[in-house]
Design a protein around this ligand. Structure first.
Ligand SMILES: Nc1nc2c(ncn2[C@@H]2O[C@H](COP(=O)(O)OP(=O)(O)OP(=O)(O)O)[C@@H](O)[C@H]2O)c(=O)[nH]1
Ligand SMILES: [Mg+2]
Length: 458
């Protein structure tokens, strides 16, 4: 077993290191810039890992995974190559496969990675039959920490606007529950004192503590999420800020207001603007990954808060770079495509998938409303990057290996089809699934990726 597994990551090694020259003579290119976005822990890195693995096996081993991917008929795929995108570090596929080999999930992403996937097609006249007049199909992908995307809407706000809205959010459920200590701290703190390095660090650390606590509690709206990621290029220890009680932000002469407004501007100018320009740009196709299980696991209020976050973010999702979007997509009358994808669908039985899809459609309602009048097409999908569970004895049950290495069977209740149909105190525990030993066939057996990519390639 060990040997077979070792070969998997070694094969990725050879795929990454070779082939650069062989492909240089291709001249017709069809470049798809696909942005896969999603909040923290939504399944981005796992989806990339699975996609690379699946396409690799599909093209090199002639293993017909993704049977529904009609635009890339397996008999015409000659080979594929992975390489870095200029100025981005290469996606650490080898590290991720190694983690899976050790039965651990890939680590959370702490910096920006890119990769270009080039699929070479055999020259054959009949390719045209399959609507593919190109010899080479190029996909460019970026992977980054989900926390960064939640910060983008801050670009349109002043410090006091951001601070007031963040403060209001912390006062409502479910955030208020996690904000108790932070609110206690701000009530006791004297904001009339002139701030110095130590007192600023103290306030910022208290606020960071709140962000961490809410993250662990399944809250998705965490601003600034960049303060939680060590790979973020902003020195929050020296130039941090935090939302302040409204009585402070409404007093323009308050020294804390001044210092935090300055630091907030530094954050936007030195970190967030360049990040947006370098990373969230030039894609006409968007895959928005959504993890519904974290919300289901906690409460209806958590799901409501996820719905609101997605709605607030939808403009960032769709027009990473608005000027490019209007220039390219609208002028060319090309249609922007958005796929809303509920990830980890292997965590429920087949029988519950229609319910999950319906819940997904409910959760994206606000986000969709923002671009309904634009020339943007969208659809909803369920995907699993890996089929980590097995079907159980009844149609509503599943079997899986838990973190204690026990292989057990669980029975499911019906998943709510909308927020309205969910009780306030209801929750649906998420299965704590360990990465199975036979992760490779289970990746090749992931569900929904072919339909998703077919939709984007059409
Ligand atoms: N069962 C199952 N679990 C999954 C699947 N994809 C992801 N997960 C779980 O979800 C967690 C998060 O997945 P990642 O791919 O790391 O998420 P991410 O969006 O890259 O997260 P950040 O890097 O923190 O932004 C993993 O550690 C797994 O526990 C899947 O297809 N099936
Ligand atoms: Mg990641």
């Amino acid at each position: 077993m060990k040997n077979i597994l070792r070969t998997v990551s070694e094969q990725f090694g050879s795929l990454l290191d070779s082939g650069a020259n062989k492909l240089d003579d291709w001249f017709i290119k069809d470049v798809h810039k696909i942005a896969i976005t999603g909040l923290s822990r939504s399944g981005k890195s796992m989806l990339f890992t699975s996609l690379m693995t699946t396409l690799k096996y599909r093209s090199e081993e002639n293993y017909n995974c993704l049977p529904l991917l009609k635009s890339l008929p397996i008999e015409f795929v000659e080979g594929m190559k992975l390489d870095a995108i200029e100025s981005y570090e290469l996606f650490p596929i080898k590290d991720h496969i190694q983690s899976l080999e050790n039965q651990r999930w890939p680590k959370p992403t702490e910096q920006l990675y890119g990769f270009r996937l080039t699929i070479r097609l055999k020259e054959t006249g009949s390719i045209k039959k399959y609507l593919l007049p190109h010899k080479e199909i190029v996909f460019e992908f970026l992977d980054y920490p989900g926390e960064w995307i939640t910060d983008m809407p801050m670009l349109n706000k002043t410090f006091s606007q951001w601070s007031d809205s963040a403060w209001a959010q912390q006062m409502t459920e479910p955030q208020s529950y996690y904000a108790q200590e932070w609110h206690h701290f701000t009530r006791a703190f004297n904001f009339d004192l002139v701030p110095d390095d130590d007192s600023i660090a103290c306030v910022v650390n208290e606020y960071r503590h709140y962000l961490k606590k809410s993250k662990a509690g399944g809250i998705s709206l965490l601003q600034p999420g960049s303060f939680l990621i060590s790979g973020s290029g902003f020195d929050w220890e020296h130039h941090g800020f935090a939302p302040l009680p409204t009585k402070v932000t409404s007093d323009l002469s308050n020294p804390w207001n001044k210092v935090f407004s300055n630091n907030y501007q530094l954050f936007l100018n030195q970190w967030l603007k360049p990040l947006k320009e370098n990373s969230f740009k030039e894609s006409d196709k968007q895959i928005i990954l959504i993890d519904l299980f974290e919300g289901l696991n906690h409460s209806k209020l958590h799901l409501q808060q996820l719905k609101e976050t997605l709605s607030n973010l939808s403009e960032t999702f769709v027009y990473g770079n608005p000027s490019w979007f209007s220039k390219t997509v609208l002028r060319n009358t090309a249609i922007g495509k958005v796929a809303f994808v509920a990830t980890k669908s292997d965590l429920i039985p087949e029988s519950q998938k229609p319910q999950l899809l319906s819940l997904l459609q409910d959760i994206t309602e606000g986000a969709r409303a923002k671009f309904e009048e634009k020339d943007i097409e969208f659809d909803h999908f369920l995907v699993s990057a890996i089929q980590a569970t097995d079907s159980g004895l009844s149609k509503n049950s599943l079997r899986y290996t838990n973190l204690q290495d026990e292989y057990i069977e669980v029975e499911f209740e019906d998943i709510p089809t909308s927020l309205k149909s969910m009780n306030r105190d209801e929750n649906f525990p998420v299965l704590p699934v360990k990465v199975p030993k036979d992760f490779l066939p289970r990746i090749l057996n992931g569900r929904g990726m072919d339909r998703l990519f077919q939709y984007l390639l059409e």
